[in-house]
Design a protein around this ligand. Structure first.
Ligand code: AHR
Length: 664
């Protein structure tokens, strides 16, 4: 096995070494060329072109980027003790009861009463497929507690899968009223699947709610902050925008379970938890896909989403429910005359994001710690809705929002598929309504992406613009329950993305979907980034997104391919970056063979002496990254000497190459 791996890595290095300028003696044999017209700049490329789509699917929020370690911390799951177990070893006795009388607050109506008849009694929490702990880091254990008789302290410990204790603390100071108490805990070892234990030192009774174990080391060291490695992976993508909080999650299976942003801000203990729409959505034999324990604590709420946008330099793009539940589920509708509260939510959200601190919702933002506006410029009305019911609701929303906030750009829906009756109906109606941006979704086989790389070349240049809001190439692999995140899929996406970029005057924004998945708790694949309780990695699709986004120029340049016959399996786009004075050429070679081409910089007044070439390539279309080999496929950078405005270059088989050439 080791030998095979060694041979494969030699092949990979050999492949990448082949991606290089062509030796002078061979240059006259080059048959194909790419000519970039530097002196004829085209449309501006919006900074929002490549962004990300966040949805709480696959444990993306709770169990993922929201790093709370305790599952069901507020005892509000449908089965209120899910995730918790009695600890009654060595003859310890007592009872656990979930109660509703005199609760912590109305949004957290249940709590736990722990009654110990002996010492050593208590309960344990299993976390989200285990509790991830890192040696040397500090975790804050906290809980709302109320004495109900006798008990002076609780022992808090974390143990590994064998029951070996990794760290302990003691919580005391209980009074007659609810009080939040906390204590630091420092594990002496790293463990991905630890468990938390709360046990008594004596008989007595105590009420507990909002039991939490939270890392101090969050992104930016914020209390209630986010998991740093996952935020960093997002930041490295240079996202132009973040679309949140979904996805179907916005719609809910029914209207009661829809996402309501106002319940997601402020004190986390006051945020009203609901079931996650993906809970039991895909009941199959694969246990990872049947997460009965999937709820939304909303610890990651709208304020944190706005902060995440700021942290990653992305424009915020919230999507709100438009009075329709998921049409793949109940499809419940709010009658047109009942839409006012939904519209008010949208208006209030704009005030929350942008309003002065003297306004009701602007003041709330300031109270949460952010007096400066978040500068939100776009808002989605509904997710993936379709039919006349959507159009009539969109129209009412748009009228009300535009009347008060004419500058906010609204995103409307083209439905779940990239063509067909629903799609045509929606586009026609939205064009008639002079919509700003229409959101197209395509989850299709790699072949579709290759065949549609020119999809937008002939789209109308007037009227609504396109938001390619959810897309991913769905490849197949035998004998496995998921669709693989392999190079075949990512390469097809890269080819398609040259078409998005070439048409940046029509396609203003695009985002791969979904974004995150826990390796042990996913409902959907493929996804851009996978993680477990401690580690994470970007897929080949992640690196494609990164290469496009980090190498987005500011203006399009015309580029054409010429050869002796028909040039196949080649996809290109070119731009100029006014920030760095570079021409950026993206070339996707989907052929199984390398191709050598002359890259001509026509109309250039001055060309620099050295270019940079970033290449993502593999002969093996089935290659994937993993937790153990997170960068098995990742971009490789080369420096290329230049001698004038013609660069003969070899684009290796199955590759995405980004050439950055200093040029004026
Ligand atoms: O990305 C997964 C789902 O696909 C989204 O929630 C939904 O909008 C689409 O159907």
């Amino acid at each position: 096995m080791k030998l095979i791996r060694f041979a494969l890595s030699i092949m990979l290095v050999a492949t990448l070494l082949a991606a290089r300028p062509v030796a002078p003696h061979a240059q006259n044999l080059v048959q194909e060329s790419i000519t970039i017209q530097i002196d004829r700049p085209g449309a501006a490329i919006p900074a929002t072109l490549f962004g990300v789509f966040f949805e709480d699917i696959n444990f993306a929020a709770d169990g993922g980027i929201y790093p709370e370690r305790i599952k069901n911390r507020s005892f509000e799951f449908s089965e209120p003790l899910m995730g918790w177990k009695k600890v009654e070893a060595n003859g310890a006795r007592g009872s656990l009861e979930v109660r509703a009388e005199d609760p912590l607050n109305a949004n957290s109506p249940h709590y736990l009463r722990l009654k110990a008849e002996t010492d050593g009694f208590g309960l344990s929490n299993e976390g989200f497929r285990g509790i991830g702990l890192k040696q040397g880091e500090t975790y804050t254990f906290s809980a709302y507690a109320r004495s109900a008789g006798g008990l002076k302290a609780l022992k808090i410990s974390v143990v590994d899968a064998n029951g070996t204790e990794l760290g302990r603390a003691r919580l005391s100071g209980f009074g007659k009223a609810w009080k939040r108490l906390s204590v630091p805990l420092r594990p002496n070892a790293t463990e991905a699947k630890a468990m938390l234990k709360l046990t008594t030192e004596e008989p007595g009774t105590i009420d507990l709610d909002q039991v939490s174990l939270f890392p101090v080391n969050t992104y930016g060291k914020r209390p209630n902050g986010l998991r740093p490695d996952l935020v960093q992976l997002l930041k490295d993508l240079h996202p132009g925008f973040i679309r949140f909080p979904g996805g179907c999650i916005v719609e809910g299976r029914n209207l009661d379970e829809r996402y309501q942003w106002k319940t997601t801000i402020g004190d986390p203990a006051q945020r009203k938890q609901i079931i996650n729409r993906w809970n039991l959505e895909f009941r199959t034999r694969n246990p990872a896909r049947a997460p009965e324990d999937y709820f939304q604590s909303f610890g990651l709420g709208f304020y944190e989403y706005f902060q995440l946008c700021e942290d990653t330099g992305a424009e915020p793009l919230p999507i709100l429910n438009c009075g329709m539940a998921c049409q793949f589920n109940t499809g419940q509708l709010v009658p047109l005359e009942g839409l006012d509260p939904y519209i008010q939510d949208a208006l209030d959200l704009i005030e929350f994001a942008n309003g002065p601190t003297t306004s009701t919702w602007g003041r709330k933002r300031a109270e949460l710690g952010h007096p400066a506006p978040f500068n939100m410029k776009m808002l989605g009305v509904g997710n993936e809705q379709w039919g006349p019911q959507y159009v009539e609701r969109y129209e009412i929303f748009a009228k009300a929002i535009k009347a008060k906030y004419p500058d906010i750009k609204l995103i409307s829906s083209a439905g779940p598929s990239p063509q067909g009756e629903r799609f045509d109906f929606l586009w026609k109606a939205l064009r008639g309504l002079q919509a700003d941006l229409v959101d197209e979704h395509y989850y299709q086989p790699p072949k579709w992406f290759l065949e549609n790389a020119h999809r937008y070349d002939n789209y109308p240049r007037t009227g609504p613009k396109v938001f390619a809001g959810e897309y991913a190439a769905h490849a197949q692999a035998k004998n496995r329950p998921d669709r693989p995140n392999n190079w075949e899929a990512a390469l097809a996406e890269a080819a398609f993305m040259t078409g998005l970029e070439r048409n940046a005057d029509v396609v203003l924004m695009a985002s791969y979907a979904p974004l995150f998945a826990h390796v042990e708790a996913w409902q959907w694949s493929p996804n851009l980034i996978w993680f477990d309780n401690l580690r994470s990695f970007g897929t080949p699709s992640y690196y494609v997104q990164k290469l496009f986004s980090a190498n987005r120029g500011t203006r399009l340049l015309p580029a054409k391919v010429e050869g002796s016959g028909e040039v196949k399996d080649l996809y290109i786009s070119a731009s100029f970056d006014a920030k760095s004075n570079e021409v950026i050429l993206k070339v996707v070679n989907t052929a199984a063979t390398a191709r050598t081409m002359n890259v001509n910089l026509a109309g250039a007044a001055k060309v620099g002496a050295e270019a940079r070439a970033l290449t993502l390539a593999s002969h093996d279309l089935a290659v994937e990254n993993s937790l153990n080999e997170p960068t098995k496929l990742a971009p490789v950078e080369l420096r290329v000497n230049l001698a004038g405005s013609r660069l003969p270059y070899q684009f290796v088989a199955h590759s995405l190459t980004v050439l950055r050439v200093p040029c004026q």
